[in-house]
Design a protein around this ligand. Sequence first.
Ligand code: HEC
Length: 224
Amino acid sequence: MNSVISKICRCKPTRETLMNNEPAEKSHAPQVQYDAPLDDALRPHVYDGDIQEYDKRLPNWWLWTLYGAIAFAFGYWSLFHHWHIADEPGTALDAEMKANALAAAADSGVLDDAQMWLMSRDPAVVAAGQSTFSSTCASCHNTDASGKIGPNLRDEVWIHGGSPHEIVSTITTGVAVKGMPTWGPVLGKKKINEVAAFILSLHKEGEPVIPAAQAAASPKTAQN
Ligand code: HEC
């Protein structure tokens, strides 16, 4: 068996001969491989006297993964960062979440104040609310909501509370004895939410809410 192997390997250094520190020059052909596939040539350099490297070709699947990643990165960069053809995934997600919140808000009557404030910053919702306001509310509250028969809705003074859910509630139930009609059955939840968003668009989140009784007591903040 040994003789067969030595016959086969006559012209090649075996792993053992290399491990035994036999200099590469000693072998018949310095560029040949030892008991390894014939297609991989040894590279010419030697480290630490006996460490040699195969000139291994990278496998195609690896190369194509690399080329694919480079092409993908270039496409991604062009699309999102250079030409801004599409929104970055984070921005797109935010926009979608906002749209979902607004769609849910517009269709349902159950909204929290944060969603109402969000709606009040959406130009499409505010525009829809403003058109309802002009046709339905302006006769008493004035087109710019500064007040006529009904009170000013632009200032910080509120009779029935100035938080989003209080405004929605006042519009929905009305104040019949004071001449503010009940809009719930007339307009429906969606339009009431929109018109409330329009009123909120005239305000800042977190601004003070001054109760009308208090305003009446102090002439500085007197309500019209
Ligand atoms: C017929 C006149 C009239 C119309 C039309 C009218 N309102 Fe009023 N509104 C009033 C009056 C009067 C009050 C004051 C109620 C009170 O003193 O309690 C009022 C109060 C309010 C308040 C509460 C203000 C506060 O300071 O708390 C809101 C909000 C409001 N109206 C929104 C609307 C919206 C929105 C519409 C249209 C959908 C509308 N109103 C249509 C007469 C009207």
